[in-house]
Write a protein that binds this ligand. Structure first.
Ligand code: ZN
Length: 240
């Protein structure tokens, strides 16, 4: 953990870190991450497993662009689901909810239902995949997690406005306090085949950071400083 000087404001518009390719999406878009390329690492941070939650990508990118190359300590994935971002959909290009496609023991072929951002009924159906781990985005991320061996994972979503940490870890409590979001042990409904279910079976602690439904400038103002500490490893608590 060392101090660092933020990138000058005039220069933070451009993402200057080297992108490392870890695979291709179903549409052939490069899947990339930034930072260390081998493990074990302390934290792996990621955004936009759901393509219609791209505020999470903007917030994480904003943090990354403020960090000089030599101060980037923890690997960052800005878009787990780039095809979903291109299409503006929660699912990937095959209509699969990537957060239900993981080869956890509770994976289910039953369609998953979700509600869109404007309504309150979970009546929109998505596939969980033709099999557990059927999607390129899932398989490549799984291999990357095994390669980087993170001590913990932080995955950004929107818009529930909470920090979901089943382990009630020191890191989860610190993020909740810094972002003034409630710390919760789950999101209140079953998530078979979720990334979190898979991580739990691999004994990798995962914190799901649900950004709130606030205007993006407010999200950036209150959340980017916290993300900045995590990507540079200058946060005061360990990952465990
Ligand atoms: Zn989500």
């Amino acid at each position: 953990m060392s101090d660092f000087r933020e990138v000058p404001r005039a220069d933070k518009g451009v993402l200057r870190h080297t992108a490392h390719r870890y695979g291709e999406s179903e549409l052939g878009v490069p899947l990339t991450f930034f930072g260390p390329t081998s493990g074990p690492v302390d934290l792996l941070l990621m955004a936009s497993m759901h393509g219609d939650e791209s505020d999470s990508t903007v917030a994480l990118s904003e943090a990354l662009r403020r960090v000089p190359a030599d101060a980037l300590v923890n690997p960052v994935i800005l878009a787990v689901n780039p095809d979903g971002i291109l299409h503006g959909t929660r699912c990937n290009a095959n209509g699969v909810d990537l957060n239900r496609n993981w080869p956890a023991s509770n994976w289910s072929p039953e369609p998953v239902r979700y509600k869109d951002h404007g309504h309150t009924v979970q009546d929109i159906e998505l596939s969980t995949g033709s099999a557990a781990g059927s999607e390129a985005e899932t398989r490549h991320l799984l291999a990357l997690v095994q390669r980087l061996q993170p001590r913990a994972i932080v995955s950004l979503h929107t818009p529930l406005g909470c920090i979901d940490d089943p382990h009630d870890s020191e890191l989860g409590r610190w993020i909740a306090a810094e972002t003034r979001l409630p710390l919760v042990p789950d999101v209140g409904y079953a998530t078979p085949g979720s990334f979190g279910s898979w991580c739990a079976e691999q004994r990798i602690p995962i914190i799901t950071w649900e950004l709130p439904t606030e205007p993006l400038p407010d999200v950036i103002a209150s959340h980017v400083p916290v993300l900045l500490k995590l990507v540079t490893g200058t946060h005061p608590v360990g990952a465990g």
